[in-house]
Write a new protein. Structure first.
Length: 317
């Protein structure tokens, strides 16, 4: 069994642990897809971030049986070719939960406690106590998603005595949520939110899910935060929402266009905070991803148990 990894800079202790535990497997730890490409034709298992896979590479990998995507985002995967070959796909859904939850709380606090204004005042040596401070404690948080990331955000929100409302396709009850709603009736939740946090993947159902009327339903002092996918809402819809004071502030870690061009209108909006798609970054990311892969590899080799985070190529998630 040949296992090819295109993940750059895999720590030595991880390589040694895998090679020691799975002695019958041949591991090829490559520094990116260019190096990994030469081994693809013989690979049984391929580790990738997903963005480097193309239909041509899938066709080249004649022996490929399992793709381990070391990312939660799947929107650039060549799923048609993968489905035709019936290749198993798993990902690392859930390992972003801790850093992204911390990001969400930090950004809500940043807006509520006027951090941007205070930093400017410090730079300008200005002593001004007039910026209006608010609290996040006791508010209502609406989370678009009830997955692992949203659950961790909701868990942290409970430390601030927040009421948490979750929105998902099924509307099933999940930990740390006081109430859950389906996508079909999520307008009921939006109108209650002091904080709207989106952590949805990009699917046919979620592209441009939020429309002008949804922002009009939100409270005028609501803070909207998107750290899922940028195509959840059209840029112009979002710009109009803040310019028309339909919401207090928007925090965007994801946008329709990335990287965001220097001259883009989003940069200059006072009521918008932009961060460069880094909410999931953590020094623990790669170790956590390989821990999940190692657990799945044990199941794959032994044939006993269920693999975690399997993906349906026809649905893309």
């Amino acid at each position: 069994m040949k296992i090819v990894s295109a993940i750059k800079r895999v720590p030595g202790d991880i390589k040694e642990r895998l090679q020691g535990r799975f002695r019958d497997a041949e591991f090829y730890f490559c520094h990116g897809i260019e190096e990994a490409d030469r081994y693809l034709a013989e690979a049984d298992i391929f580790l990738t971030y997903g963005e480097d896979l193309t239909p041509e590479r899938i066709r080249k990998a004649e022996n490929l049986k399992w793709i381990m995507v070391m990312s939660a985002g799947m929107d650039r995967m060549p799923f048609n070719e993968i489905a035709e070959r019936d290749i198993l796909v798993t990902n690392v859904r859930g390992i972003h939960a801790k850093p992204m939850a911390e990001y969400a709380i930090s950004m809500l606090l940043q807006v509520s406690r006027q951090a941007k204004i205070l930093i400017e005042q410090e730079k300008n040596h200005t002593w001004n106590r007039r910026p209006v401070m608010t609290e996040i404690s006791g508010g209502t948080m609406v989370l678009l998603s009830t997955g692992a990331i949203a659950q961790e955000v909701a868990r942290l929100a409970k430390a601030f005595q927040m009421r948490t409302l979750g929105v998902s396709k099924s509307g099933r009850k999940k930990p740390y949520f006081d109430e859950t709603y389906t996508i079909d009736d999520f307008e009921q939740a939006l109108s209650q939110g002091d904080f709207i946090v989106a952590a949805l993947p990009s699917t046919e159902e979620t592209v441009h899910l939020l429309k002008p009327e949804h922002f009009q339903l939100m409270k005028e002092d609501a803070i909207f935060l998107n750290m899922g996918r940028g195509d959840l809402v059209e840029t112009e819809v979002l710009l109009n929402a803040v310019r028309n004071s339909e919401i207090r502030h928007a925090v965007l870690d994801v946008m329709e266009e990335e990287p965001l061009p220097a001259g883009h209108a989003l940069w200059d909006e006072e009521k918008i905070t932009i961060t460069p798609h880094l909410s999931g970054i953590s020094p623990h990311y790669v170790p956590r991803a390989f821990e999940l892969f190692e657990e799945n590899l044990e199941v794959y080799v032994s044939g006993s148990g269920d693999m975690m985070n399997t993906i349906d190529p026809k649905r893309g998630y």
